[in-house]
Design a protein around this ligand. Structure first.
Ligand SMILES: [Zn+2]
Length: 415
């Protein structure tokens, strides 16, 4: 199975599909259409039904339940993203396979002197004896998230042979996850009618994530009063100074660079201005819903205070919720979705590593829409870097996880 998975993975990463944060349309790049159309053909060949590629490049399909399985069996979904991240590296991916890794330094690129050195990346030592897929030192590997596409598509291929009974299975492959979950926001949820779903979009074997940030963005706009400096006294209101006053009202210890674990923050991530107008953009993040709301309240209060201090400036504030903590979507009816992940790991001899993610996944957006979507590992390491690597043994476990979760869903007792 490892070689089958490898062949599929190499096929997927050979299709460049970086997303482009500067684009305004979804999908943000042509390569994601290529990736989606390729997968669409594979889903057709498997005999999937309800195959749909939307105008926003969201690919959905169903593998219908096998005969004899109760129609009461919950439908389960698997979600992965089509894009790879743009971190100023080559969009073309030329992976290399290290067979039976011996624990030494891996030369990724001799010309450019790029290495995967266990002295800097001791995590690689856990995979001695395994086959490892690495980059050529010029790009990411794209295991984020093509290892997920590989595990899910290989599992569907196994099930399509018809030897293992299963309920209805849906897939949703979406673009532009890396540039703000834009693809999952464009997903038509009635084409993904499942009781709950899973994303495979996290790193090393064992990782489980169903706690993510609540996330919002803020935009403060200050309109000042401009005047010629020779006659500005008592007239001019400098919007840049008003914006700076706003920023100084925030706790400098509650910032991304000063927090970790489940401590939240407000990140002042952009400021621009001229004599007439200044804007401040900010990101609000907190795992705890109440503290997240308190942070938004504080921003509103700070804005009020700013208005009092600068009565002649016109100050506007816009706060937008972007995604939510997956955990808040867990209910009595759907908690089985979480239980299945741990039970599957137990059956497969995998030690779970439950993580609070300081970020979000497509599942954070879907969960905020009421569709509980926890996340588990792809098996890869060092996402978003030239040192990204994928041990094939871990990818195989990700594939087995998909199959085992599907079995557990099939055997789920209706409440
Ligand atoms: Zn990802």
């Amino acid at each position: 199975m490892k070689d089958q998975l490898l062949t599929r993975f190499l096929r997927y990463v050979a299709i460049p599909s970086q997303s482009d944060a500067r684009a305004t349309q979804v999908p943000s790049s042509k390569g994601q259409w290529d990736m989606a159309r390729h997968l669409q053909q594979e889903l057709e060949a498997l005999g999937c039904t309800e195959i749909h590629l939307s105008e926003h490049c969201c690919l959905t399909a169903k593998l219908p339940r096998t005969e004899g399985v109760s129609p009461d069996t919950p439908a389960v979904g698997f979600c992965a993203h089509l894009d790879t991240v743009d971190v100023n590296l080559s969009p073309e991916i030329h992976p290399q396979v290290v067979r039976h890794y011996d624990g030494g330094v891996i030369t990724l690129n001799a010309d450019k002197q790029v290495f995967l050195d266990p002295a800097e990346h001791p995590e690689v030592l856990a995979y001695q004896g395994d086959d490892i897929v690495v980059t050529d030192g010029t790009s990411v590997l794209g295991a984020d998230d093509k290892a997920a596409l590989t595990a899910i598509m290989e599992a569907l291929t196994t099930l399509a042979k018809g030897d293992t009974p299963h309920g209805d299975i849906y897939v949703a492959f979406v673009p532009d996850e890396e540039i703000g979950l834009r693809g999952s926001k464009a997903l038509e949820l009635d084409r993904f009618p499942v009781a709950y779903a899973y994303t495979l979009d996290s790193c090393e074997i064992g990782e489980v994530v169903y706690e993510t940030f609540n996330a919002g963005s803020g935009l403060l706009t200050v309109h000042g009063v401009s005047a010629h400096p020779m006659s500005a006294k008592g007239v001019l209101v400098n919007p840049i100074l008003v914006a700076v006053d706003f920023i100084t009202m925030f706790n400098r210890l509650e910032t991304p660079e000063n927090t970790d674990g489940t401590d939240g923050y407000v990140w002042m991530e952009g400021i621009s201005g001229n004599a007439g107008t200044a804007t401040v953009t900010m990101n609000i993040r907190d795992h705890h819903r109440d503290r997240y709301e308190q942070r938004k309240d504080y921003i509103r209060q700070a804005t009020e205070l700013l208005r009092k201090r600068h009565p002649r400036a016109k100050i506007e504030l816009e706060l937008t919720d972007v995604y939510a903590n997956i955990k808040d979507a867990v209910t009595d009816d759907n908690h089985a979705a979480i239980d299945h992940v741990y039970e599957a790991m137990k059956r497969l001899g995998i030690t779970p590593k439950t993580m609070s993610m300081r970020g979000g996944t497509d599942g954070s957006y879907l969960s905020s829409q009421g569709l509980l979507t926890p996340n588990f590992f792809t098996g890869g390491h060092n996402f978003h870097s030239v040192c990204e690597f994928l041990p094939l043994g871990s990818l195989e476990k990700a594939y087995e996880m998909v199959l085992t979760v599907i079995e557990l869903v099939r055997d789920e007792k209706k409440q």
